[in-house]
Design a protein around this ligand. Structure first.
Ligand code: S3P
Length: 453
């Protein structure tokens, strides 16, 4: 494993663009593979998770090519072209599809193949093999698919149905992955497939389905929920997709800049879909000075530049209702809370226990090891900010990229350095993280190594 050490930095300054959005990247490849003709993707996140989706889609018969198009900018790589097989046109893969660390990839692809009439076996790494999959299998069984599993977990063999049945399914957990699995299964299903979500979750699948030409009707459901209905067996046409920067990745330099005194950082081209930016709202409630400027639209998604200035933060209560819009941001929010004045309460965090690691536990243990005042319950965290955190801890990243990055940000502002045991896990979502942070003035390097600027 490749350890990394983060030492106290001076003010952070400069401009950076974070890599492409992970959720949108997976969906662009998947919908490209189910469309007819060419889908040209720029700004695709070239991380392990997304590349695993591309490999799996190739094994299912899509042609996917990468072109080195330097004009796109080295941080985003060149463009990718997907030549799709049309709705229902994928074919049986010869081998097992290994989706590595990616819950999104495996859950969305299980949905896709559930309504293709062949068998597909999925596997993943140690972290993914512990994560619950029953949540996608329950609705997909109702649509006609069958599953052989290891106790509801990977490896899983999907026997896709030859006679898909459209369903109306109410999500028992607020999960965009489950919603998307059902909608993607609904693509090759006659009639209307409907998902009711009592608490709205990220809507990238719906937006992109519409972008590719599907008929998607979205209506408000009682008590703030939403109903999403997809008309099955549409003719999807290959499209251009420009992937915005990932808000969930931008969150790390954003919080670092808020906490490191006298910092000013500009993050350009960040996706600001309102179902993703709960952290922005929370940080503003805490007193953060973050400007959202140059708002624009990119293939149906909102994009903006974020201007972040060092700010004195105060503790807040973050209600459970906001969790779906900031579900991936709790590790980095907890770091911000440790530096805020007063108490921060984070509620409704049960889902964090089934992410890439038990994130609730990983946050609580890591912050305590670094000297912060933190208390954990089954589904909440309370962090009492004391104005500073000592650091000087070695944190186990537990195969979890966001835990690794959150604690490297912590080390940039603690008195003593913070070490994480496994920096390689960061490539799951944010290749080039240390280089980008160091370019802004952070000091992140391997033990005994030189900072990678
Ligand atoms: C994602 C949805 C979220 C999120 C994950 C990406 C997606 O998971 O945590 O990183 O792309 O749909 P859940 O939908 O399971 O909460």
């Amino acid at each position: 494993m490749s350890a990394l050490i983060s030492s106290q930095a001076g003010p952070l300054s400069g401009e950076a663009s974070v890599p492409g959005d992970k959720s949108i990247s997976h969906r662009a490849l998947i919908l490209g593979a189910t469309a007819v003709g060419e889908t040209r993707i720029t700004g695709l996140l070239e991380s392990e998770d997304v590349l695993a989706t591309a490999t799996a889609l190739r094994a299912l018969g899509a042609r996917i090519e990468h072109e080195d198009d330097l004009e796109d900018g080295p941080e985003n790589g060149g463009h990718w072209s997907v030549f799709g097989r049309g709705v229902g046109g994928l074919g049986e893969p010869a081998g097992v599809l290994d989706l590595g660390n990616s819950g999104t990839a495996v859950r969305l692809l299980i949905g896709v193949v559930a309504t293709h009439p062949f068998k597909t076996t999925f596997s993943g790494d140690a972290s993914l093999s512990k994560r619950p999959m029953e949540r996608v299998m329950t609705p997909l069984r109702q649509m006609g698919a069958q599953f052989t599993t290891r106790g509801g977990r990977l490896p899983i063999t999907v026997s896709g149905t030859t006679g898909p049945i459209p369903i109306t399914y109410e999500l028992p957990v607020p999960s965009a992955q489950v919603k998307s699995a059902v909608l993607l299964a609904g693509l090759n299903t006659p009639g209307r497939t409907t998902v009711i979500e009592p608490e709205p979750t990220r809507d990238h699948t719906e937006r992109m389905l519409a972008h590719f030409g599907a008929e998607v009707d979205i209506a408000d459901a009682p008590d703030g929920g939403k109903t999403v209905a997809l008309t099955g067996q549409p003719e999807l046409t290959g499209k251009d997709v420009a992937v915005p920067g990932d808000f969930s990745s931008a969150a790390f330099p954003m919080v670092a800049a808020l906490l490191a005194p006298k910092s000013r950082v500009v993050l350009t081209g960040v996706g600001v879909n309102p179902l993703r930016t709960g952290l922005l709202e929370t940080l503003k409630d805490m007193g953060a000075n973050i400007g959202v400027e140059n708002k624009r639209q990119q293939n149906g998604e909102d994009v903006a530049d974020l201007i972040v200035e060092a700010s004195a933060l105060k503790g807040v209560t973050v209600p459970a209702a906001r969790a779906p819009a900031m579900i991936d941001e709790y590790p980095i929010l907890a770091v911000a809370a440790a530096f805020a004045e007063g108490e921060t309460r984070l509620e409704g965090l049960g889902e964090l226990r089934v992410k890439e690691s038990d994130r609730l536990d990983a946050i609580a243990r890591g912050l305590a090891a670094a000297g912060a005042d933190v208390a954990e319950t089954e589904d909440s965290l309370t962090i009492r900010g004391t104005g500073g955190v000592a650091g000087g801890a070695r944190i186990e990243a537990a195969e979890d990229h966001r835990i690794a990055m959150a604690f490297l940000v912590l080390g940039a502002v603690t008195e003593r350095p913070v070490e994480i045991d496994d920096g390689a896990t960061i490539d799951t979502s944010f290749p080039g993280f240390a280089g980008l942070m160091n370019g802004l003035g952070a000091d992140i390097s391997p033990p005994g190594g030189k900072a990678d600027g």
